[in-house]
Design a protein around this ligand. Sequence first.
Ligand SMILES: [Zn+2]
Length: 494
Amino acid sequence: MDPLLASLHQHYGWDDFRPGQRPVIEALLSGRDALAVLPTGGGKSLCYQLPALVRDGLVLVISPLVALMEDQVRQLRSRAVPAACLHAGLTPEVRQEVWRSLAEGKLRLLYLAPERLQSSQVRELIASTFRQKRLVALAVDEAHCISAWGHDFRPDYRRLGEVRTLCPGVPMVALSATAAPRVRADILRLLALEKPLVQVCSAQRDNLHYAMQRRPKDPLDQVLKAIRRSRGASLIYARTRRSVEHWAKRLDANGVEAIPYHAGLDPDLRHQALCHFLEADRPVLVATVAFGMGVDRGDVGLVLHLDLPSTPEGYLQESGRAGRDGEPAQCLVLFSPGDRTSLGWAMQASLRRHHNPELEQEERSRVELAQQQLRRMEAVAEGEMCRQQALLLAVGELAPPCGRCDRCLSHLQRDDWSEAAQMLLQTLEGNHGTDARSLSDTLAELEPLRWGWLTRRLVQEELISESNDGSQRLYLRDSGRRFLKQPWPLHYAA
Ligand SMILES: [Zn+2]
């Protein structure tokens, strides 16, 4: 029997690899670097776990989140694979135990937060495991965190390249569920991957039903209805800790047992919430989006966002936590045009609060980037294209319409908005640099129309440009001036 399949069967009980896994495992075993972009639920972690088992050595895994590490360690131990993580939250006894197993060469997988790599003890560990020829590979999980273009930038990831000098020749694998082409380029460059295998699998999922709706003033009914309709587990995402607590209480009061989860809870409660989510029959968890990375529950029937997600990449990943068992699952976004505005103000405020002249330029460009990504996500939510197609396009993948989402299943009535667009552009011409709100107010006095919405459409149509600093100041583009001279039809479904 094929030795790789044999050890897959021995350790995991599976008879075959999922698409994309095998080439990555073979690359690592032959000492070659790799970049693996495999969709959520595509079995990314197996790509670096199996080489450790086949070689009876150690694989170091850099991972951004404690919850993610602990979950992986728990799953590995349930398969009798010796694994551990090192992070600041461990008790001294547990920490000692980890170092003891490392010294005895017993561990196969060690998970670390990126900032741990600064510690001299960890550096010495890498160097000594390398000298003893027991270091099989370095794995960088959620590798998109290294890129400022990614949806979850972590400055600590920028220092990962340095680790390689401690163990020359040991292959490194970078993994991510979604990474747009420019993020992939950043990963290759910043981790200095050498002649890597680049394995990219499609993020297309044929069992997810996407829907995006305007959020009414009180969306309780929609949320309850979605939960009742769903099968298995439900994940409800809210933006802030406060809103997580608020919604967990509200759902409870309405007959749905709901558990809150966010980084501000104490570790015991967090652990309980995680166990509940993994073990209860039909759990409902209200969480911030960090929850769910790497959490392995196949029958999530609903992923519901209570606000506009912050980027298409992030949303693909978050919604991808639904239906990993291949059965149909719902992904619902409730958004409001105000979401982007309020986030814009929050970003500006934090920019002012953390005023640090040295970092100012970098911070400012991050805020601008975040604004652009929000706008891309808003364009998917308000746009007329198939949801999945639009999301995949945003990460650089071309796919046909899915035939299942709310856009594919509805017949949109399109009207010509060119007259209203002329009115809007003329008004803007006389008020250059005004913000979207004031422009809508001015226009509403002339005629009651959905001016805010039309403004966003015209930004997407590239007739207007919008500032990226969060204040949403508007400017007429040259193309807008051309349109005013000689308008052409603009068909939108309102
Ligand atoms: Zn569709």
